[in-house]
Design a protein around this ligand. Structure first.
Ligand code: ADP
Ligand code: MG
Length: 499
């Protein structure tokens, strides 16, 4: 307690009065403004100030003014022998909490008790207000600075609150959410599911839900998002507010897509390997009996037979040729010998040799346009199958008309490009995709529809790319297949030693 008083005895009297009243006192008497200032500056706060009304140099009014300047909330009671009614009222107006006459000290104790209790209440309220403000700031910071979009809406989806992240995600002005409805930002096709889940939640069948939807931005763009919805029950009026947490999942979706593509590629290459193994076995199993049968038919044809028998033998020979064609075009080369490779020049030469007589028969020129440079790269012999299928197709596209087939090969950087171009009838636009599907053929009985499927499979298995370009009319009609392969092993080409 601070006592502002010029008489030491009066101060002692006061202190004794309070001690008798049950207080354990720590008090100090002061009588100047400087002392008061110094006392108020001390770290330990004072609980109570009692001031005489008029000191020679420094009165209660001055003390009050000083106290108010510091902003401290300390009960201030005037105890004076000489205070008149008007001065007392003025002092109270100026902020004194009470006044007591020295002649009526019995009033002092209740006044002190009341003022101390009031002061404690005031402090508590201040602390509570501060806490509340802090809680509000905390909520507001969490809500606004969250890395996910967040919104409060009515059960009809009317926005009550939306955070900054959501404003960014939807490209809405942060202050422009009033009057908007969250559902309008969901792609119409996704709204039905959301509505159903929301209804179940509002009926109490679930406490919340999470769905993936496509959201519409105000600029018309869309993005995949995950919505997590729950009902907030803070509202005393019993009305539900919905809390929405909205996350942009574009990145996750892209990663998922990539994984699934990778899986498909893996499955495909596995399938191809299995197909390769099966083809290998089949080719072996079919070729031997086929050869035997062909020979038998040939031998029979040299016999003298009835005309009906000869006719039947011709049919048998044609059918055998067909089986042979199938094994040749899809199975025969598919024999993987680990470790054995051929240089690209040799591979192409072999293929051209294979087709030489057939080409001549149909008036088709085979025009190799590759040189020794491609001898430096070596590939698995299964590549013969690739070029045989492609050249075979080119030939078949010109069997009626005749024409030219250019076969080019070029090394550039870390890859090799081989193109096979014909000026045959071309591929209809609507068939461009289908030609790579297994069993798609436009050649009826004569085709297997497996050629391009197997071809692309082998190319991709080798880490290459196959491109197709085709035109069915005009002077440039024809088809070009471009195969790009990575160079895996080069022959050790002797290089000049520079000294
Ligand atoms: P197939 O040759 O047994 O029909 P492919 O898979 O080799 O099976 O080819 C599928 C289809 O693609 C062919 O039926 C044909 O219609 C078309 N095609 C492929 N290559 C050519 C080409 N060079 N010119 C025209 N059409 C082609
Ligand atoms: Mg074919």
């Amino acid at each position: 307690m601070l006592i502002i008083e010029d008489y030491e005895e009066d101060a002692l009297l006061l202190a004794r009065h309070l001690t008798r009243g049950g207080y354990k006192l720590d008090w100090r008497r002061i009588e100047t403004a400087i002392d008061l200032k110094a006392a108020l500056d001390e770290a330990e706060p004072w609980d109570l100030i009692i001031a005489d009304y008029t000191l020679p140099s420094f009165g209660a009014r001055d003390a009050l003014a000083l106290l108010q300047q510091t902003g401290l909330d300390i009960p201030f009671i005037i105890v004076s022998g000489t205070v008149d009614e008007v001065s007392a009222v003025n002092a109270m107006r100026a902020g004194a909490h009470d006044y007591v006459l020295k002649g009526h000290l019995e009033r002092l104790m209740p006044a002190i008790e009341r003022e101390l209790a009031d002061s404690a209440r005031r402090k508590e309220r201040l602390a509570t207000e501060l806490e509340l403000k802090l809680a509000q700031q905390r909520f507001s910071a969490t809500f606004n600075q969250a890395a996910v979009g967040m919104a409060h809406t009515t059960t009809d989806g009317n926005f009550l609150l939306a955070n900054r992240r959501l404003a960014d995600l939807l490209m809405v002005d942060p202050s422009g959410f009033r009057g908007l409805i969250l559902g309008d930002f969901i792609l119409p096709s996704d709204r039905v599911t959301k509505r159903a889940l929301l209804n179940e939640m509002l009926e109490g069948k679930r406490s919340g839900f999470r769905i993936e939807v496509t959201l519409l931005r105000t600029d018309g763009a869309t993005f995949p998002a995950q919505l997590t919805v729950s009902a907030l029950t803070y509202d005393d009026r019993g009305e539900s507010t919905l809390l929405w947490v909205i996350e942009d999942i574009s990145a996750r979706k892209a990663a998922e897509r990539e994984t699934s593509e990778l899986m498909t590629r893996l499955i495909n290459s596995e399938r191809l390997a299995a197909a390769g193994r099966m083809a290998n076995t089949l080719a072996h199993e079919i070729n031997n009996p086929l050869e035997a049968l062909t020979n038998i038919v040939y031998l029979l044809q040299t016999q003298t037979l009835s005309s009906q028998a000869i006719e039947l033998l011709d049919v048998a020979a044609r059918e055998l040729e067909r089986v042979g064609h199938i094994t040749r075009s899809t199975l025969s080369f598919y024999r993987k010998v680990p470790g054995r490779t051929l240089d690209l020049h040799a591979i192409l030469d072999e293929v051209l040799q294979l087709f030489a007589s057939r080409a001549q028969q149909h008036g088709v020129e085979l025009l190799p346009r590759y040189n020794d440079s491609i001898r430096i790269v070596r590939y698995d012999p299964s590549l013969r199958q690739v070029f045989a299928n492609v050249v075979g197709n080119a030939l078949e596209a010109m069997e009626q008309s005749g024409g030219r087939i250019y076969i080019r090969g070029r090394v550039s950087g870390d890859h090799v490009t081989v193109t096979v171009a014909d000026n045959g009838h071309g591929i209809e636009r609507e068939h461009m995709r289908a030609v790579f599907e297994p069993f798609f053929t436009t050649k009826g009985e004569k085709g297997t529809g497996l050629g391009l499927w197997v071809t692309r499979g082998i190319v991709e298995e080798q880490g290459g790319v196959l491109q197709l370009r085709s035109c069915t009319h005009g002077p440039k009609h024809g088809t070009t297949i471009r195969i790009r392969l990575p160079i895996e092993s080069r022959d050790n080409v002797p290089t000049a030693i520079v000294q």
